[in-house]
Ligand binder design. Structure first.
Ligand SMILES: [Zn+2]
Length: 313
């Protein structure tokens, strides 16, 4: 993998489900910042308190944990489409959201949208679009895996109906069938690169060759399922290998993510240009990422040498 030492952003990754090895490998591959959307956890939640603690970890512990590996962590906060179908609980989560969307490091309302395209999903999608509008945050839209094309078009129409500008909306999980509709309407088009799947990085190369780099964003959506936290660097590397210009790679794997979610006012390039020094002696609520007897890493981390060279003895 050769990404010519480009700085990269993965604007959709669920680090709560990932390991410290992932953080180390991501940093070594050039990832300087990530966005973790609020999502479902596999196991359906039964209490509003579970949402509260999850949102708190996205703005607290996970942000700290990323910092311990030299990566800036941002998040989007929202009620995911799947759990919107538990309406009694969804009502309570809606009351919680305003308390979290204005916290430091929250760069959008997300990931929200449709899963099975039910009336309940529609209701809470719209309610959260109103919230995003009120607090002037970008929206990160999860598009359904079933009936994707229709679901994607509906998602955009509903955003417009609520008076949200297309450049404030990142439409996620696109494929060849949806990309043109999304770009033509002026929305950001994000692509999730899963291993061994339809939307692999070979296909991503073809999409960038065909549509260019304007408003196109690459992410991994890595979570607790079969997924790859290195999807962005691997795709960047393949694009370069296949003759896509370094400028187009920089836009699709870095700049467009920054330009779209940067509209939140919560994410600036200076955040990582000036401050990704690691100090693993630090603690969060008395908690460290280190275990008994491990030596803390302190100092600057980079794409060459990695963390190993920074161990304080
Ligand atoms: Zn996701």
């Amino acid at each position: 993998m050769n990404t010519h030492n480009l700085m990269l952003i993965d604007p959709h990754i669920h680090m709560t489900s990932r390991t410290t090895d992932d953080y180390e490998r991501m940093r070594q591959a050039g990832i300087v910042a990530i966005i973790e959307p609020a999502f479902w956890l596999g196991q359906p939640r039964t209490e509003v308190g579970s949402f509260k603690d999850y949102f708190s970890s996205l703005v607290g512990w996970e942000r700290f944990r990323a910092s311990q590996f030299g990566i800036k962590h941002y998040c989007t906060i929202g009620l995911n489409s799947k759990e919107a179908n538990n309406e009694a609980l969804a009502e309570q989560v809606m009351e919680l959201l305003p308390l979290f969307v204005c916290k430091e490091g929250v760069v959008g309302v997300g990931e929200i949208g449709y899963d099975d395209q039910t009336p309940a999903e529609d209701r809470y999608f719209r309610a959260q679009l109103e919230l995003a509008k009120e607090v002037n945050l970008p929206v990160q839209v999860h598009t359904p895996h079933r009936d994707k094309k229709a679901g994607t078009i509906t998602s955009m129409e509903v955003c417009l109906e609520h008076g949200i500008a297309p450049d404030m909306v990142v439409i996620d999980h696109n494929n060849e069938e949806t990309v043109k509709d999304v770009l033509d309407r002026g929305f950001w088009a994000a692509f999730t690169i899963y291993p061994n799947s339809k939307m692999g990085n070979e296909r991503m190369v073809e999409i960038v060759k065909k549509y260019g780099s304007e408003r196109i964003i690459v992410n991994s959506s890595a979570d607790w399922g079969v997924s790859d936290p290195l999807s962005v660097p691997k795709t960047a590397s393949l694009m370069l290998e296949r003759g896509i210009s370094i400028e187009d790679v920089r836009k699709t794997c870095y700049q467009n993510a920054l330009d779209s979610f940067g509209k939140s006012g919560q994410m600036h390039e200076s955040d990582w240009l000036e401050g990704t020094d690691v100090d693993q002696r630090e603690k969060f609520s008395d908690n460290s990422v280190l275990r008994g007897g491990q030596t803390p890493v302190v100092g600057a981390v980079g794409t060459s040498g990695g963390l190993e060279s920074n161990i304080v003895r």
